[in-house]
Design a protein around this ligand. Structure first.
Ligand code: GAL
Length: 401
C-alpha cells in the first residue's frame, strides 16, 4: 500500500469511530487484579508487595504491567464530593500508590460502578462521572474497571452510563483505558467499543473450577466461559477486546469470590489450559493469585513467554474455534509474521488420541511444528498426531516451510 493511502485509511478510521481509542490498549492488558485473592480486604501494603513480586518473579519482564485495584478501596466522598480512598487501607493515598507503580515501570488500574454503589456496597460514580474521572486522572490512574451492579437491566441505560464515563475519562486530561464490566447480558460486544470502551467482560465472574456442575448461570468455570467467549471472535480486534475474566492459576480452591459457587479449584493442567485458551482468544491476562507465594507450576504457566506472545501478537486476531465437538476443540489463530497457532483442547475426562490434518483447518502448506509448552520443535509436515491428556490444551506454532 502507498504511504498516502495508508495515512488516508488511518484518518478515515479515526473519523469513523471517534469514540474508540485503540492506542489505550493496543494489545490485551496484562497484570494482576486484586479481587479473587483479597476480595475487598485490600490495602496499599499488600498491593505494593504484589507489584514487587510481579517484578522479582519476572512477570513484569514477561509483559504483565498493571496492578488493578478492584472493589473495596473507596472511603466515600469528602465535603466537596470528591471520592476518597479508605484512609485505613490506603494511608498514603492512591496518588502515592500510582507513583510507586510508575517508578517500577508498572501502571495502576482502579475500579468503580455505573450506579450509586458498587457490587460490594462501596461508593460508586453515577452522577459524578466527570468529577471522578478528574479525580482518577489527578491520581495518575491508567485504567478504570467500570462495573454494573445496582444499575437497571436495559441495554440503553447501560450504553448511556458507559458512554458518560468514557467521555468523562476522555476529557479528564489523562489517558485512562476503560474496561466495561456488565458481564454479558446486554451483549456489550455489539456496542462497548462504540461508546468508548477498550474491553468488555463477556461473562459472569469466573469461579475456580473446570466447569459448572450446577444450574446457576452465575457459577461459571473455565469451560463455560470458553464456550461463550470463543463464539465472539468477530467482535475482538486491536484496541477492543473480549474480556473472559481473570486467570485462576494458583488459587487452588482458595476461599473467596472465586471459591464461591462450587469453586473447588483446578489441576495445574487445567490452569495451564485456561492460560493457553485465554491467551489465544486475546483476553486480557489478569493473574489474581498470591504472586508473593507462587509454586513452580504456577510460575511455569504465567511465565510462558511463547504463549504470551500469541496473546500480545500485533495482528490482534482472536483464535477461531474450527472444531467443536464433545471431545475436541481445535482453534486457529493467525499471527503477524505469517505463522499460525493451532491449539487442541481435549474436553473429555480421559486421555485421547488425535490426528489433525492441517488442510482440514484451511492450512494448506507444510509446516515446522513447535510445541509451546514443551518449548521445542517437534516435527515437520502437514499433520500432527499424538495423545492429549484429559483437559489438556496443546498449543502449536506452525511456521510455513
Ligand atoms: C463483580 C465483578 C468482579 C468484581 C466484583 C467486585 O461484578 O464482575 O470482577 O469486580 O464485582 O465487587
Amino acid at each position: 500500500m502507498k504511504p498516502c493511502l495508508i495515512i488516508c485509511c488511518f484518518l478515515l478510521q479515526v473519523k469513523l469511530s471517534p469514540a474508540q481509542n485503540t492506542s489505550l490498549a493496543p494489545t490485551p492488558p496484562m497484570g494482576w487484579m486484586s479481587w479473587n485473592f483479597f476480595a475487598d480486604n485490600i490495602n496499599e501494603k499488600d498491593l505494593k508487595e504484589m507489584a514487587d513480586a510481579m517484578v522479582s518473579s519476572g512477570m513484569a519482564k514477561a509483559g504483565y504491567n498493571y496492578i488493578f485495584i478492584d472493589d473495596g478501596w473507596q472511603g466515600g466522598r469528602d465535603n466537596k464530593n470528591n471520592m476518597i480512598a479508605d484512609p485505613v487501607k490506603f494511608p498514603s493515598g492512591i496518588k502515592a500508590l500510582a507513583k510507586y507503580m510508575h517508578d517500577r515501570g508498572l501502571k495502576l488500574g482502579i475500579y468503580s460502578d455505573a450506579a450509586q454503589l458498587t457490587c460490594a456496597g462501596y461508593t460508586a460514580s453515577l452522577g459524578f462521572e466527570e468529577q471522578d474521572a478528574k479525580t482518577f486522572a489527578g491520581w495518575d490512574i491508567d485504567y478504570l474497571k467500570y462495573d454494573y451492579c445496582h444499575a437497571p437491566i436495559d441495554v440503553e441505560t447501560a450504553k448511556t452510563r458507559y458512554k458518560k464515563m468514557a467521555d468523562a475519562l476522555r476529557n479528564s486530561g489523562r489517558d485512562i483505558a476503560l474496561g466495561i464490566c456488565e458481564w454479558g447480558p446486554r451483549k456489550p460486544w455489539l456496542w462497548a467499543a462504540s461508546v468508548g470502551g477498550q474491553l468488555w467482560r463477556t461473562t459472569y465472574d469466573i469461579r475456580d473450577k473446570w466447569k459448572n456442575l450446577s444450574s446457576n448461570e452465575n457459577a461459571e468455570g473455565i469451560l463455560d466461559i470458553l464456550d461463550i467467549n470463543a463464539e465472539l471472535h468477530q467482535y475482538s480486534g486491536i484496541g477492543k477486546w473480549n474480556d473472559a475474566d481473570m486467570l485462576v492459576a494458583g488459587l487452588y480452591g482458595k476461599k473467596g469470590p472465586s471459591g464461591d459457587l462450587g469453586g473447588i479449584g483446578c489441576t495445574d493442567l487445567e490452569y495451564q489450559s485456561q492460560f493457553s485458551l485465554w491467551a489465544i482468544m486475546n483476553s486480557p491476562l489478569y493473574a489474581t493469585n498470591d504472586l508473593r507465594n507462587m509454586n513452580e507450576a504456577t510460575k511455569i504457566i504465567l511465565l510462558n513467554e511463547e504463549v504470551i506472545a500469541l496473546n500480545q501478537d500485533a495482528l490482534g486476531k482472536q483464535a477461531i474455534r474450527k472444531i467443536n465437538d464433545s471431545i475436541w476443540n481445535v482453534f486457529v489463530k493467525p499471527l503477524a509474521n505469517g505463522d499460525v497457532t493451532v491449539a487442541i483442547l481435549n474436553r473429555s475426562d480421559m486421555l485421547q488420541k488425535f490426528e489433525i490434518i492441517f488442510s482440514q483447518l484451511g492450512l494448506m502448506d507444510k509446516y515446522e511444528i513447535r510445541d509451546l509448552w514443551l518449548h521445542k520443535n517437534i516435527g515437520k509436515g502437514k499433520k500432527w498426531n499424538g495423545n492429549v491428556l484429559a483437559h489438556e490444551t496443546k498449543v502449536f506454532r506452525l511456521k510455513k516451510i
